[in-house]
Design a protein around this ligand. Sequence first.
Ligand code: G3I
Length: 389
Amino acid sequence: MSSGGFRRVGVVGVAAALVFGVVGAVPLRPAGAAVVCDPAVPETCTLRQLADELGIRIGASAEADEVEPGPYADTLGREFSSLTPENALKWYTTNPAPGVFDFDDGDAVVGFATTNAMEVRAHTLVWTQDTYTPDWVKAVNDPDELAQWVAQHVVTVAGRYAGQVQRWDVINEPLATAGTALSDSVFHRVLPPGWMASVFSAVRAVDPDAELWINEYGTDWVPGKHEAFVALVRDLLAAGAPIDGVGLQVHRPSVDGPDVAAFSQQLRDFTDLGLEVAITELDIPIPPGGDAALLDQAQAYRRVVASCLAVPGCTEITVWGVTDANTWLDGLGVFPTPTRPLLFDDGFAAKPAYDEVRAVLAEAVLARRAGPPVDAPTGPVTAAPAFTG
Ligand code: G3I
């Protein structure tokens, strides 16, 4: 939470009608970027340079204090083209009390992204998990009142960053963390059916240029959760929700999997709905100590990245942090620590996982440059075959 002053905003009654009733710098050259990237020599490239040629985004999350000058910011600006504020744009940060807003952390992270020509995946307007919903919001049990507060929040926050962020996680984790039913959330309990579609429409109205995404945890490994999420997204689309993309967090439970063919199909299940799909919060914990686990981790990262590259419409791979030193997983109390789940170690040195991600991106660039196989049928010109990793 920043120490900056709070801004008081009157309750915006009209916003409720909008949402629920009636119906929005010269980028610095990343420090230390390789001058000329030759994908045949991956060491000459950054992740960002390779991803740019593939037309996808490679991203990372960051906190406001992590974008201050230093090795985190240097690595972030050099290697990544997309930035997700880890906590700065969450409701408990931006709207800690009724009608009170605090954008200091959000402004810092979004400002860094703008300065470094990075796109922003703004995260998240409505997190449908009571654990992370401010108490003052959870205390509201009248549907009309809660609708007004949600409308004010969404319109005020999305309105502030209109034109500054490229996409929003409009709704995060609408399903139960380890299950397939709707999550335990005041928003699900109190608001009328159809509230989620209404929120998407309100964000579209206040920021017509931003892509609108829905984001979910565990669909890659919790039994049945992928199918439940596909069904929910289909229902929202049928209800007219203006959704542009689906974020899959891919917090992997271990270095096992994912099976590339099966995970690629999960991604296609969403692009088949006409949506973009992205890996939004990738991290892969390993046991403390020893180097063998680092190599297993590198192969797991390869499988995740190859799955996305195999699917036209998978447009982003974001890792949930830059350095192992700051991972949320070390405080989770689930895995033995240090969990070492990311691409850079505590001292910001590239790990085997970084090298493997860079290698698989470079292979995809070379495959794309080579074009379709020379013995390809002489029929209509088709796009280069999707990379299979
Ligand atoms: O900033 C305060 C600090 O002032 C205070 O002293 C300290 C102790 O209370 O808390 C600090 O805030 C913490 C914040 O991270 C910043 O470090 C919160 O307690 C803590 O709950 C929060 O955890 C974040 C968690 O979401 C809940 O918001 C993690 O950093 C963040 O990595 C995690 O990210 C989520 C995604 O948003 C959604 N998908 C799952 C993912 C993991 O839970």
